[in-house]
Design a protein around this ligand. Structure first.
Ligand code: FBP
Length: 550
């Protein structure tokens, strides 16, 4: 593989570890835990993994002798910067604890465990991938592990390789499945442990014990660089409004973080739209008003950030999507009928099979958007919001609104818009120093949890705005993060997704400034991630964490 100069120089970077992981490690057990909600139901479903204590690592004088543990690693779901460092952290941690430990990678995501696609990881392979972006070391996938036959097949494959532990590196759904798998293997008594690591650029796997999911920092820095570049272009040419959709699935954490970094003229926060029960028309009105105000100051340009999942948070759209999910749920007769129809017949057929209110919304949408809403769901049953061109929808609607405002004498200006979608651009960037250190520490933590015989835990590294030396590493029982939610029509135990909290400090910091940023051009140009240089330029993490932990 030809390597860039950065990749070569970056390979030599030694990720920083918390003090407790730098030498011999001992585990301190904390309080027994409870799930965030629905305690009785979750305890019943997870008799072996419910209520386990929080674990914190401490420096020890001498490393206790730990048994050999052979580990299978799985990357699950969307790519996030730092995945390779999680794996190198697991690798280095396990080898340091016991040279005989072996590490395998299951290929192409959770499906690799079931299909017995694997490779053994060696020094040579690991060294190729240290501090690089991407998940290409073993590949990722979205196969959902939820059926007993998959668990049994996975156990059979592990036994054949003498693997007695699995690490699942994934988001909320994948970690939920990791815990279900841990519980199942404990019930079967087959001796296979399972731990998880919190991954997702979306930033929505987050709670008291998991301060941030890995990849969020780097992805937001990449998007903020791009947004800053566009802002500078907008401020130079002074002729375009740029509507930028940002990845992040349901949650608006990425939009909020990028807004805090770059100070755009508008940034929609889906969670606020939902709280105010705004209609699509009202969202459009708000944008049009900002555009009119700037135009009144002679500024026919600007930048608006739009969260990827917005449409799911607009009440009438949410109802429509829920009806479409039920109508088109995989394996149903209706879904089969829909698939068998000619493309030209599908939208009219859908409109006839949903409530009249939703049919009205559905038929009022531009054809392209309506079609996108009927596309395949992901394996977890979610609408693939990255495929819905909300930024184009909003431009079209804002343009119409401005024309009306112009006729009413409420707007004089020239509206010309460009649309962008930043998502895949940020998911495989070389991890920032923060993500390189954080991911390596998460992986190292997982290796200690497994060597100590733990199962049903997630790696946790906290106190992350302090220097890495002072980070607190340990394990959090996954059941602690769970509640019961409706999925595919049934109540299921799942890790609670963390959306933007409107009474949280980061949102408040944004809300306090947004009116000023709307009218007065206050753009900030963060520039590219710096890997080498002064610590205040290279090491700080997100504004979100900085504000939360201030
Ligand atoms: P995860 O939740 O698996 O980390 O995925 C994150 C994400 O990047 C979302 O922001 C986005 O909506 C989705 O993946 C896109 O999925 P795909 O890569 O399958 O197109």
């Amino acid at each position: 593989m030809t390597k860039s100069a950065l990749q070569v120089a970056r390979a030599a970077y030694a990720p920083k570890l918390p003090k407790a992981l730098q030498g011999a490690v001992a585990i301190a057990e904390g309080e027994k835990t409870q799930s965030v909600a629905d305690q009785a139901e979750i305890e019943k479903l997870f008799p072996n993994t419910y209520g386990m204590p929080l674990l914190t690592f401490e420096s020890a004088k001498e490393q206790a002798d730990l048994p050999q543990v052979n580990v299978g690693v799985i990357l699950s779901g969307g790519q996030a910067p730092g995945g390779h460092n999680v794996i190198s952290g697991i690798y280095d941690g396990l080898k340091k604890l016991n040279q005989a430990n072996k590490i395998y990678g299951f290929l192409g995501g959770p499906g690799g465990l079931v299909d017995n696609e694997y490779m053994e990881l060696t020094d040579e392979i690991i060294d190729e991938y240290r501090n690089t972006g991407g998940f290409d070391i073993i590949g990722s996938g979205r196969t959902k592990l939820e059926e007993e036959w998959q668990f049994d097949k996975g156990a059979e494959n592990c036994k054949a390789l003498d693997i007695n532990a699995i690490v699942i590196i994934g988001g909320d759904d994948s970690n939920t499945n990791a815990c279900v798998l841990a519980e199942y293997y404990l019930q079967k008594g087959n001796g296979i442990q399972v731990v998880g690591c919190p991954k997702t650029i979306d930033g929505d796997l987050k709670n008291e014990m998991i301060e941030t999911s890995f990849g969020f920092d780097t992805a937001c820095k990449v998007y903020s660089e791009l947004i800053g570049n566009i802002m500078r272009d907008a401020n130079s040419a002074k002729k375009y409004w740029h509507f930028i959709k940002l990845m992040g699935r349901s949650a608006s954490h990425i939009g909020l973080e990028c807004a805090l970094q770059t100070q755009p003229n508008a940034c929609i926060i889906s969670e606020e739209v939902e709280q105010k029960a705004q209609t699509l028309g009202e969202v459009v009105d708000d944008l049009a008003k900002v555009i009119a105000k700037r135009a009144a100051n002679g500024e026919d340009f600007g930048v608006a950030l739009i969260p990827e999942g917005l449409v799911e948070f607009i009440p009438e759209m949410k109802t429509l999507i829920a009806e479409l999910n039920d109508l088109l749920a995989e394996g149903t007769d209706k879904a089969e009928t829909f698939q068998a129809l000619r493309k030209s017949e599908r939208l009219a057929w859908v409109a006839k099979h949903i409530t009249p209110e939703s049919a009205e919304v559905f038929t009022s949408l531009p054809e392209g958007i309506a079609t996108q809403l009927t596309l395949d769901r992901d394996p977890h049953g979610n609408v693939q919001v990255s495929k819905i061109e909300t930024e184009k929808l909003l431009i079209e609607m804002v343009e119409k609104r401005l024309k009306k405002m112009n006729k009413a004498g409420e707007y004089v200006g020239k509206f010309s818009a460009q649309n962008h979608f930043f998502g895949y651009e940020g998911r495989c960037a070389a991890p920032s120093n923060f993500d390189a250190d954080y991911c390596y520490s998460l992986g190292y933590t997982a290796s200690v949890l497994l060597s100590e015989g733990k199962s049903g835990y997630m790696s946790s590294v906290r106190n992350t705005t302090a220097p890495a030396e002072e980070w607190i590493a340990g394990g959090v029982p996954v059941t602690m993060m769970m509640n019961m939610e409706k999925r595919h029509g049934h109540m299921k135990p799942v890790i609670q997704k963390a959306l933007v909290e409107l009474d949280g400090k980061p949102f408040k910091a944004f809300a306090a400034k947004r009116d000023e940023w709307a009218v007065k051009t206050s753009f900030v140009y963060p520039g590219p991630i710096q890997y080498f240089g002064p610590t205040e330029v290279c090491d700080p993490t997100t504004k979100t964490l900085e504000i939360e932990q201030a």
